[in-house]
Design a protein around this ligand. Structure first.
Ligand code: EPZ
Length: 431
């Protein structure tokens, strides 16, 4: 199992190209099941989750091709992926695959929309809470599907096809909104989704669905309207930049000090995050190239944050921001409102000498003047990168174990940080 070794203490200086967003890429790939024509996705990140989802989709009958290198391509240029679901050969998504990635459960919506049936194992994914799927199933039931749960599988049927409906989500859910959208695009009639998630990845999926012939209005707001169409075609779509990767490197630069240009990053995808990073003492400048983060000399100020659905401060940056606050000049409170168990990084950050205590859904972080390198264990995707951030600023050497979590969501992390002066290397154990 690979480890990452980091020698802390260097400022980050240079340019980091931001990749396509993992959490947009996954639902976009899943949307290819809706059409017999080719969906071409540009700016795809090279990630373990993308490769795993490709395997899952091929199981349903999706053919894929990846463009080879083109003149001028950099190692960090996004990939172009062509997905064609000419015939769906299998409507079952087995436990062995779905249990490894929660988002793969979402295949349930296009499968039932196109084939009138789907049998999908209940999901797995990062250990950040119980993460039920009741609201996804509620959305499909509203659209006319019958749902049974047998032997760990959800069996959804709608032999006569799905029907447009009004879907009111009692809480904001990204997975629920993706499911409702993919279920509604070919349902007969009109669908209204209320209290929809407003995350940019939802708007990106809707943009792509509209490009293949869907009729969706209002994506990116809390009310989405869908007029069902009888069939969908192919299109090209460019995946939007990853706002969580952007925020992660912005926080890393704020943590170590220095001057980093986050190339291709878009501020409107992360305004709440950038505001908080600025309050913590970094200078944020938006340019045509991307977002520049500088912290020269000034200390890190404590800032209280509470995670919220978009456009609020994202839960996917909570762990990284906590790492930054461990070295703030004072005490900060970080409240997690989206997932009930997303504090696995607290114990690991403490190994660097951080002072954090938990009070229910709030972490109280007392800043310390220095962190010391330590061996630590990655627990989930965002938690593991918070350990990388702490290690970059800690005195001496750190080793981060179980880096396969990082590979799920961060493309070329060592190369991107290394190019900015960090001492980071991957150590692969034989066998
Ligand atoms: C998406 O997860 C992201 N995953 C997560 O990113 C992200 O943390 C989350 O949205 C919130 O922004 C992908 O896009 C692949 P939800 P998702 O449905 O869709 C509860 C990462 O690190 N809920 O918005 O699964 C749920 O338990 C990952 O990249 C129900 O109760 O999140 C949670 O408390 C981790 N019933 C809240 O809603 C349901 O049926 C929000 O979940 C569905 C959700």
């Amino acid at each position: 199992m690979d480890r990452i070794r980091i020698v802390g203490g260097n400022e980050l200086r240079g340019t980091i190209p931001i990749s396509g967003a993992k959490n947009a890429a996954l639902p976009l790939m899943i949307a290819s099941l809706l059409t017999p024509d080719t969906l071409t996705l540009e700016n795809m990140p090279r990630l373990a989750d993308v490769r795993l989802l490709m395997r899952i989709l091929t199981n349903h009958g999706v053919d894929y091709a990846i463009d080879g290198k083109r003149p001028g391509d950099m190692p960090t240029s996004g990939q172009t992926l062509h997905l064609t679901a000419r015939n769906i050969v299998d409507t079952t998504a087995p436990y062995e695959l779905v249990s490894r990635m929660r988002a793969s459960f979402w295949v349930i919506a296009p499968l039932i929309a196109r084939m009138g049936e789907a049998k999908v194992s209940l999901p797995g994914g990062c250990a950040i809470g119980t993460r039920p799927v009741d609201l996804l199933l509620m959305a499909l039931e509203k659209l006319g599907a019958s749902i049974d749960i047998e032997g760990g599988y959800v069996i959804a049927r709608a032999k006569g096809g799905l029907r447009g409906a009004e879907i009111n989500f009692p809480m904001v859910t990204v997975s629920g909104t993706h499911t409702a959208l993919m279920g509604a695009v070919m349902a007969k009639g009109h669908t209204l989704i209320r209290n929809a998630a407003r995350e940019p990845e939802i708007a990106d999926l809707a943009k792509c669905l509209n490009a293949i012939g869907a009729k969706i209005k209002g994506a990116g707001t809390s009310e989405i309207e869908v007029e069902g169409v009888s069939g969908l075609s192919g299109a090209r779509h460019e995946v939007l930049p990853d706002r969580i990767e952007t925020g992660t490197y912005a926080i890393a630069a704020a943590m170590t000090g220095g001057d980093v240009m986050l190339e291709k990053a878009r501020p409107e995808l992360l305004q709440a995050g950038l505001d908080v990073i600025e309050k913590a003492g970094a200078k944020v400048t938006v340019t045509n190239e991307g977002i520049r983060i500088q912290r020269n000399g000034a200390g890190i100020s404590p800032v209280d944050v509470e995670t919220e659905p978009f456009p609020g401060f994202p839960t996917d940056l909570q762990a990284q921001f906590m790492a930054l606050m461990t070295m703030a000049k004072g005490t900060s409170r970080i409240t997690e409102t989206i997932f009930e168990n997303r504090f696995m990084h607290v114990a690991e950050l403490s190994r660097f000498g951080a002072h954090i205590r938990l009070e229910e859904d709030t972490a109280i972080v007392e800043g310390v003047s220095k962190l010391k390198g330590a061996p630590v264990m990655a627990t989930d995707l965002r938690a593991s990168v918070s350990l990388v951030i702490a290690a970059l600023a800690a005195e001496g050497e750190s080793t981060i174990h179980r880096v396969y979590h990082l590979d799920r969501g961060f493309e070329q992390l060592e190369q991107k940080l290394g190019a900015c002066g960090a001492i980071v290397e991957r150590i692969s154990d034989p066998g």
